[in-house]
Design a protein around this ligand. Sequence first.
Ligand SMILES: Nc1ncnc2c1ncn2[C@@H]1O[C@H](COP(=O)(O)OP(=O)(O)OP(=O)(O)O)[C@@H](O)[C@H]1O
Ligand SMILES: Nc1ncnc2c1ncn2[C@@H]1O[C@H](COP(=O)(O)OP(=O)(O)OP(=O)(O)O)[C@@H](O)[C@H]1O
Ligand SMILES: [Mg+2]
Ligand SMILES: [Mg+2]
Lengths: 228, 228
Amino acid sequence: LITLRNISKIYPIGSQQIVAVDALNLTINRREFAVLAGPSGSGKTTVLNIVGALDSATEGTVTVAGENYQQMTAKERADFRLQRIGFIFQSYNLIPVLTAAENAEFILMLQGIPAQLRRRQIEKLFTELGIGGLEDRRPNDLSGGQQQRVAIARAIAPQPAVILADEPTANLDSRTAEDLLELMRGLNRDKGMTFLFSSHDPLVIAHAARVIRLRDGRLEEDSSTPDS
Amino acid sequence: LITLRNISKIYPIGSQQIVAVDALNLTINRREFAVLAGPSGSGKTTVLNIVGALDSATEGTVTVAGENYQQMTAKERADFRLQRIGFIFQSYNLIPVLTAAENAEFILMLQGIPAQLRRRQIEKLFTELGIGGLEDRRPNDLSGGQQQRVAIARAIAPQPAVILADEPTANLDSRTAEDLLELMRGLNRDKGMTFLFSSHDPLVIAHAARVIRLRDGRLEEDSSTPDS
Ligand SMILES: Nc1ncnc2c1ncn2[C@@H]1O[C@H](COP(=O)(O)OP(=O)(O)OP(=O)(O)O)[C@@H](O)[C@H]1O
Ligand SMILES: Nc1ncnc2c1ncn2[C@@H]1O[C@H](COP(=O)(O)OP(=O)(O)OP(=O)(O)O)[C@@H](O)[C@H]1O
Ligand SMILES: [Mg+2]
Ligand SMILES: [Mg+2]
């Protein structure tokens, strides 16, 4: 489903070259439940951004669902991302002037789903995420972990083929994180959604069928558990 | 050092009253190393904001270092906070147009410390936090965990009497989090700095000499380890 071939990302800063990702080769298959693990600064967010067409690689090719990103126009990549990929950002990126429900239902609205049906879907999802009742709050009136779950709902609601989740449990207590991972494993199992996380959280790593370890932008280890 | 007496925080939202903190009594003594623990939404950030004079309580009194917050003017509270309290925000609040070093040295500059001396102090602190070499980057060119450590450096650099840290390890891997907690315990032991954390992280809770558990805005449990 997702193939990264010899992917590098280099930022020129002043006279330096910062190598954020270094000649990475990676294949993610349909229905996988995989996590990118590694120290702070090891390249996890950069890899997710490249997979999600939010960022371009300096070298190498990215192919997602048979589509080569470099052969698409900027508009085609944007449309592809909107319709086929759900992205949970490390810093949420919620829109402060919209309510939690308006933030979460955004893509459903673009897909032309009628308002009442959207509201029902969002309310159900919010309840499953433990934020039922918070639909009409603004993001600034929510706790950190509540904001995180609104960002999660926004990515999940359109049921995309692929979910890219950057540190989705960073601001959640272990009970809430467990519930979230159960929810996501259910979507993986029952709807065939592919999940690629980046995470430091041992809980996420424990739930993942495959752990891809990065260090200094390079692949250090790539292991699947035997029963996955 | 810090006394909260019968503290409540209530937000009126539409026709509802949201009780974020409910009749909380708490005393934090000098040199403590304590953590506020509890589920997402249980009131940790709200309590820290009240202790740090960033937010006012709806009911009850807050006394810090003998000063009653309600008896101070807004300017006096702001000065007090700037000089006596270091705050690490759950969402960092770094200034995007300043470099990492400029963000971190801000209060040292207000204190009139000369530029070269400031730079040396910040470089040393950045190295201890594992972000040495990132002084001249802008926050947007840093990873999530690197931004978090810039926010930590900003709070620690002026060596305030009290540090209030809201989820300081949320975006850090366990190795980096361990190093951070060692650094903070060193400051607690050698400089007598008082630390009050809010955290979900079992690592932080394990390092804390005292764990104050919240649930639904109320105190659920308040326990010190025998050797602390
Ligand atoms: N815009 C940029 N300009 C320069 N360097 C960058 C930029 N963005 C990221 N980097 C660097 O690239 C490296 C990888 O960053 P990335 O955000 O992918 O790390 P990460 O694994 O997600 O870290 P964390 O766990 O802290 O979120 C880091 O060393 C970071 O400083
Ligand atoms: N401005 C506000 N208006 C209304 N309700 C609020 C506001 N700020 C916080 N709340 C509510 O108060 C409660 C406590 O919030 P707080 O941010 O203190 O929780 P927290 O323990 O820090 O959670 P987390 O672990 O998710 O960061 C939550 O239910 C939250 O929705
Ligand atoms: Mg990251
Ligand atoms: Mg909080």
